[in-house]
Write a protein that binds this ligand. Structure first.
Ligand code: GDD
Ligand code: MG
Length: 361
């Protein structure tokens, strides 16, 4: 079955990280998020993919190409401006004469796709929607079912007084071609707000596939952090931290013997960790980073080519590509867009969102 992955949103809630980097390319454990999604689907035998891209499409195309490097076949459909979730899939035209698998491109999950397909067939469903439990459904799509898991109601972004279940749309669908035929061509159209409610109104057999498998939407910085914590702590079966080994460092790293690395830490290729530097996990350091003498990195995610000068301190922060953190500066609970510069001795105060290229004096 072909998978269509929705990768064209603006990633608004992950700004400033997503101003120059599409949400799909945001690194997770030093590889683009979407690569994890593709790897998971490959384990369920999916080999044919279409990416519905729009905003910042080029970096995605440059990295994934025709998919051959990843052992898959990959095509792209590009929307000039986003056409909505269902509009984007409709736009992926050629896939619409067969059953398709549709995925939100910002979800990390261990969902058993093989079993979901079996359930879809058994139920003779026109559409099957994977469900996952969450604590607060207000930022998701609420899905109500009967005892046989037939969907009764789909309510996108419910108000607190409308919440009667903790099961939400997990962003993976199996759809029959007749369903996609209902989507008007070349129109902005949403699965969540338009197509699913329409199918239910028409009495079509729409089924739910609830799952307690690991699941995380990386749409917000807290969730992006949480995904790293969870992966480093073995909550997903897609990643095992190096069997109790103290650190996991990439190739050609130069780690000074006096550097102190504690907790779960992943270090990319070509990194330099200087004398007396401290890295406390859970933390991830991207490729080509330079962490200078006596710098401290605590509970943070550092992307590639970041230069941290001596005695700088970074705590619970996300630092995007090519940032420069000046000596004796202090960055706490903040998110720095790419190429941001923090000058000598400055304090980036907690809660800051620093735009790409900004110089913090
Ligand atoms: N190509 C394309 N075009 N992709 C789009 C468009 C579009 O117009 N709009 C959104 N996307 C992509 C986003 O990039 C993302 O991968 C996915 O579709 C979902 O969009 P989000 O903007 O992240 O939606 P959400 O997180 O608020 O809600 C959705 O996901 C929840 C689960 O995380 C909904 O599907 C909810 O019902 C669901 O519970
Ligand atoms: Mg999302």
């Amino acid at each position: 079955m072909k998978a269509v992955i929705l990768s064209g949103g603006f990633g608004t809630r992950l700004r400033p990280l997503t101003i120059n980097t599409p949400k799909s390319m945001v690194p997770v454990l030093n590889i683009p998020f979407l690569e994890h999604v593709i790897n998971h689907l490959k384990t369920h035998g999916v080999s044919e993919f279409s990416l519905a891209v729009s905003y910042l499409a080029q970096p995605i195309k440059n990295y994934f190409g025709d998919g051959s490097r990843f052992g898959i076949s990959l095509t792209y459909t590009v929307e000039d401006s986003p056409m909505g979730t269902a509009g984007a899939v409709k736009n992926a035209g050629n896939s619409l004469n067969k059953r398709i698998l549709v995925l939100n491109g910002d979800i990390f999950t261990d969902l058993d796709i093989t079993d979901m397909i079996a359930a879809h067939k058994k139920n003779k469903a026109k559409a099957t929607i994977a469900l996952t439990p969450v604590e607060d459904p207000t930022s998701y799509g609420l899905v109500l079912t009967d005892n046989n898991l037939r969907v009764l109601r789909f309510l996108e972004k419910p108000n607190p007084d409308e919440i009667t279940t903790n099961m939400i749309n997990a962003g993976t669908y199996i759809l029959e071609p007749e369903v996609m035929a209902l989507v008007p061509p070349q129109t902005n159209y949403s699965f969540e707000r338009e197509l699913f409610p329409l199918l239910l109104k028409n009495g079509e057999p729409v089924y739910a596939y609830p799952s307690s498998s690991y699941w995380m939407d990386i749409g917000k910085p807290e969730n992006y952090f949480q995904l790293h914590y969870d992966l480093l702590n073995g909550k997903s079966n897609q990643f095992r931290y190096n069997n109790g080994k103290r650190i996991v460092a990439g190739k050609r790293c130069n780690i000074h013997p006096t550097a102190k690395i504690t907790g779960q830490v992943i270090i990319g290729n070509n990194c330099m960790i200087g004398e007396g530097a401290r890295i406390n996990g859970p933390s991830v350091i991207g490729t080509d980073c330079h962490i200078s003498t006596d710098a401290v990195i605590d509970d943070s995610i550092i992307w590639a080519s970041v230069y941290v000068e001596p005695q700088a301190r970074i705590k619970h922060s996300i630092i995007a590509d090519n940032c420069h953190i000046g000596s004796a500066s202090n960055v706490e609970e903040s998110v720095l867009g790419d190429k941001a510069i923090v000058t000598y001795g400055r304090n980036v105060k907690a809660g800051s969102l620093v735009s790409p290229g900004t110089i913090v004096y």
